[in-house]
Design a protein around this ligand. Structure first.
Ligand code: ATP
Ligand code: MG
Length: 137
């Protein structure tokens, strides 16, 4: 069954949005298969966002991801990669529709509270980066 990697970033955790975000995925009918709270190192954050290393905001983005606890999760279900991105909404919360997580809960692109894998390959890579095989049974 299809799986995706979803992370509540340090701003979402600090702002108390864990239950709100998890409930949206649960209500849709997706299944939570792994979950843990971790403070990633900056080096680890750079691995997670390696595709963006040429972008001007890369350093700040990695500093931010490693600034506090991140709730790392794996969610499972038919179409969960694409539909998870729909639940999350557009990258820039100014452009996310109301009803989406970023549309309802965030204001600026550098503090958009949640990450979701953008395709089958990145989902596989990100799940393997954040979780050990024995955490995924
Ligand atoms: P994510 O990968 O976090 O789910 P995304 O796939 O919607 O977000 P990406 O293009 O992968 O968007 O960008 C990764 C993250 O980098 C964004 O979530 C955002 O926090 C940050 N980011 C993207 N564009 C900008 C920007 N112009 N300025 C500052 N930060 C940005
Ligand atoms: Mg992305």
């Amino acid at each position: 069954m299809e799986r995706t990697f979803i992370a509540i970033k340090p701003d979402g955790v600090q702002r108390g949005q864990i239950a709100e975000i998890i409930s949206r995925f649960e209500r849709k009918g997706f299944k939570l298969v792994a979950i843990k709270l971790v403070v990633p190192s900056k080096d680890f954050a750079q691995k997670h966002y390696h595709d963006l290393k040429e972008r001007p905001f890369f350093n700040g983005l990695c500093e931010f991801l490693s600034s506090g606890p991140v709730l790392a999760m794996v969610w499972e279900g038919e179409g969960v990669i694409k539909y998870g991105r729909k639940l999350i909404g557009a990258t820039d919360p100014q452009k996310s529709e109301p009803g989406t997580i970023r549309g309802d809960l965030a204001v600026v692109v550098g503090r958009n509270i949640i990450h979701g894998s953008d395709g089958p390959e990145t989902a596989k890579d990100e799940i393997n980066l954040w979780f050990k095989p024995q955490e995924l049974d």
